[in-house]
Structure formats: structure tokens, C-alpha cells
Design a protein around this ligand. Structure first.
Ligand SMILES: C[S@@+](CC[C@H](N)C(=O)[O-])C[C@H]1O[C@@H](n2cnc3c(N)ncnc32)[C@H](O)[C@@H]1O
Length: 411
């Protein structure tokens, strides 16, 4: 019979996790995955818990917890730690691959480093004056023994589903390649996010999508997933929703209000979908992709040009500026020399019907009906290139500036 989950047995607040891992994991159970974002030691508000320890004490505390986690874990298990890259780098020799005082590896059995993954999220807060905005975290993956890894349970969609070979793979039931070692499209929990709607809101709450991706690829339904720095118990909730047993512990007594309810444990809905490859992004919201649409860059330009006439004047000019900017930009930066060589912007602009070209030039202030078609096209490129170059010299360059200057010049 499946083990019955209850928050009394699996969730602990007001307890140091080195002790919790030793004494409070239900008898006979061993975590297959330990997934946690330890305190940052940056003075965050964790109630009565001190988040400004001396750096040596901070590393000592982490090592003690990670040692206990190793002892508590299954003989084949995973350990994921999420934190800022510089904090991880600083703790490397003390905590990730701990060394003795003389710089030699410790003798004690310990987690083995497996991979560094970077999670990139969109973020503009807090604004920075002298460094780039922080928008990434390190996810350190370590292992004990030889745990099962099912990378392909969560995949990214194929970029070229119309390709013959890819079509065959899709017919075999494959949905896409595994993720890279950098993950995007997972937002950080902002203060306005639904996950943070509880009072008091909690510092550094981890997004469910991120936690679930890790849980999916490293565990199966019924396995135990543990988080020794549980905070809002987000890892425990994510585990329960995927039919895994979730265990959490936090030194901050106030985190009790976040303990999940036993109804959140989903005992059976997950097993069938665990067998197929899943997307955890909303693939219908993915940006338009020309290779997925089966278009080469020149065909893409041509289709834009062919439809110029359906757009109102302002948009027509912006669209043309964009086509020319893209062309010039690609040339300059040589981002893709093979395809770019095939694109001849003059050829593309030759597709504009004569009458339409006259009309566009007239709108740009040139009465050009008497000159040859090639001269008209050169005139169009020169005029628009000059205007775009002018706009980009502006120190406050942004799309509105381009819009204003193109409008100001030509309309
Ligand atoms: C970054 S937060 C975790 C947030 C959590 N991942 C979430 O999604 O809400 C770190 C947590 O570690 C807890 N903590 C700090 N020292 C601890 C210790 N020695 N034992 C257990 N918990 C501790 C803090 O109270 C804080 O809740």
C-alpha cells in the first residue's frame, strides 16, 4: 500500500536541518532527491533566523547540513543546490568539493559534483548603476552512487518540425531535444506572483516550474524528495503535486503557515504522464520562428516586402526600415555569412510593384517617377539607411526614438 503523506510527519519548522535530516525523516524512507536553495547569507528576512553569519560559520553550517543530507539520502540519489553564482564559487572548496586545511580532498564520503546549470530569468530589479542587472542563478547538481537520470522526460520543442528526419523522430513519439545547461523561460517569483500571495511573503521563493523540472527528471512517483531549507515548502508542494513524497525542514518557526495540506498529495494522476515526454513551457506562446515556418531569411524578407501594400503608411516605412536594418546589421556582424550571402536586398526590393515604389518614395519626399527602377531602389535604401543611422546615434536610442525620427523625417 502506498505510504500515507501527512504534514505532521513530513514538514518541520523551528528545527535545524542538520538535526532534522538525522532524526525526522520517517523510518525506512530515504530521499532520492534533495533539492534546496540554502540561505544566501545576504541579510534576507527569515524571521528569527540570522542570515548574516560570518562567512566561515556560514560554510560550516552548510557543510554540516550537506553531510547530514548525504547520510540520509538513498545510496543512489541526487542533490541540487540553487544560489547566486558568486556565492557558490566562494563556497566551492569548503562545501561543494570540500578540502582539508592543507588543500587536499576530505576522506569522508560525500556528494560528487555532476553539472553546473545556469537559470536565466527576466529581471530589472533592483536597477544597477555600475554593474549588470542580476538575472541568473547557479544550479549545482551533485550525485551519490549511480542515480537514475531521465533527461528526456521534459524536453524543448523541436525548432524544425518539418525536417524529414525530425518528422520521423516525431512519428516515433519523440517531441524534442533535451534542455541545454542553461535554462530560460522560467520566471522568478515576483512579489506580485500568485505563489507569493501568502502573508508574510517569503524571500527567494523558488518557482514551481523550476522545481518540477528537476523533480521530473530525477525521480519517479512515490519517491521521497527532501528540502532541508524549505522556506515556503515550495519543493514539498511541487513534489506532492507530482505524486512524490515531499519532506521539508526549516529553522524559522514562522514557516509553519506554509506547510502543505495532505490533499495536495496527488497519489495517482501523475504516473501515466510520467511515461511520455512533456513540455513544461507553453509552446503555443513561443515567439515566431522562421525556420519552424519553413522560411529561409530571403524568403522571409520577400514575403514581408510582397505584403507592404496592405499596411498603412507609417507601418510600411517602419517595416522597410526594419528590413534594411536587418540586412545591414547582418552584413556588418556577419552573424550568419552562409545565408546572408544568398540575400540580395536589391533583388528583394525589386519585388515591390513599380507604382507602390513611386508612392513610397513620394511619401519619403522624393518625386522619382522619371528615374529607372534600380535608381529608385538605391534612393530608397539610402534614405532609409540614413534615417536609421541617425536614430541609432541618438544616445537615448529606443524604438520610440526611431519611430519619431522616421516620422519626423518623412511624414
Ligand atoms: C532561501 S530560503 C528558502 C526558500 C525556499 N526555497 C522557498 O521556495 O520558499 C532559505 C531558508 O533556510 C532557512 N534556514 C537557514 N538556516 C537554517 C538551518 N540551519 N536549518 C534549517 N533551515 C535554515 C531560512 O529560515 C530560510 O527559510
Amino acid at each position: 500500500m502506498a505510504v500515507q503523506w501527512s504534514s505532521e510527519k513530513y514538514c518541520h519548522s523551528g528545527i535545524d536541518s542538520a538535526l532534522g535530516l538525522k532524526k525526522l525523516i520517517p523510518k525506512g524512507e530515504k530521499p532520492k532527491l534533495i533539492l534546496t536553495d540554502p540561505p544566501y547569507n545576504l541579510g534576507f528576512d527569515y524571521g528569527s533566523v540570522n542570515d548574516s553569519l560570518d562567512i566561515k560559520d556560514y560554510h560550516k553550517m552548510l557543510l554540516k547540513v550537506f553531510d547530514s543530507a548525504y547520510e540520509a539520502a538513498d545510496e543512489d540519489s541526487h542533490f541540487f543546490i540553487i544560489n547566486y553564482p558568486e556565492i557558490i564559487s566562494r563556497m566551492w572548496d569548503d562545501v561543494i568539493e570540500p578540502k582539508t586545511l592543507t588543500g587536499k580532498p576530505r576522506k569522508k564520503e560525500y556528494w560528487k559534483f555532476h553539472q553546473w546549470i545556469t537559470w536565466c530569468y527576466p529581471n530589472n530589479w533592483p536597477p544597477q548603476k555600475n554593474r549588470f542587472t542580476r538575472a541568473s542563478r547557479a544550479i549545482i547538481w551533485m550525485t551519490k552512487g549511480k542515480p537514475k537520470i531521465e533527461l528526456k522526460k521534459i524536453v524543448q520543442p523541436y525548432k524544425n518540425p518539418w525536417d524529414k528526419r525530425v518528422k520521423e523522430l516525431m512519428q516515433e513519439g519523440k517531441r524534442g531535444p533535451a534542455f541545454y545547461d542553461w535554462w530560460d523561460r522560467i520566471d522568478i517569483c515576483k512579489n506580485v506572483s500568485e505563489d507569493k500571495s501568502k502573508e508574510p511573503p517569503y524571500s527567494n521563493q523558488m518557482p514551481e516550474l523550476l522545481l518540477k523540472r528537476i523533480i521530473h527528471i530525477t525521480t519517479s512517483p512515490g519517491d521521497l524528495v527532501a528540502d532541508p531549507f524549505a522556506g515556503t515548502f515550495s519543493t514539498v508542494k511541487s513534489a506532492l503535486e507530482l505524486g512524490r513524497l515531499g519532506w521539508g525542514c526549516d529553522l524559522n518557526e514562522e514557516t509553519k503557515i506554509y506547510h502543505p495540506k495532505s490533499q495536495q498529495m496527488d497519489y495517482d494522476s501523475v504516473a501515466p504522464s510520467d511515461l511520455v515526454q512533456k513540455f513544461d513551457i507553453d509552446w503555443m506562446k513561443e515567439p515566431f520562428d522562421i525556420s519552424r515556418a519553413g522560411l529561409s531569411p530571403d524568403k522571409f524578407y520577400k514575403s514581408l516586402v510582397a505584403n507592404l501594400s496592405i499596411y498603412p503608411v507609417k507601418q510600411r516605412i517602419l517595416l522597410l526600415s526594419e528590413i534594411i536594418r536587418l540586412h545591414n546589421y547582418s552584413d556588418e556582424w556577419n552573424t550568419n555569412s552562409i545565408t546572408i550571402e544568398k540575400i540580395d536586398i536589391i533583388d528583394i526590393l525589386r519585388q515591390i510593384p513599380h507604382l507602390q515604389l513611386d508612392e513610397i518614395l513620394l511619401q519619403l519626399g522624393h518625386e522619382a517617377s522619371e528615374i529607372s527602377n534600380d535608381m529608385k531602389i538605391n534612393l530608397l535604401i539610402d534614405t532609409i539607411s540614413n534615417a536609421t543611422a541617425k536614430s541609432s546615434l541618438d544616445s537615448n536610442f529606443d524604438s520610440q526614438t526611431v519611430l519619431d525620427s522616421v516620422e519626423g523625417l518623412y511624414l
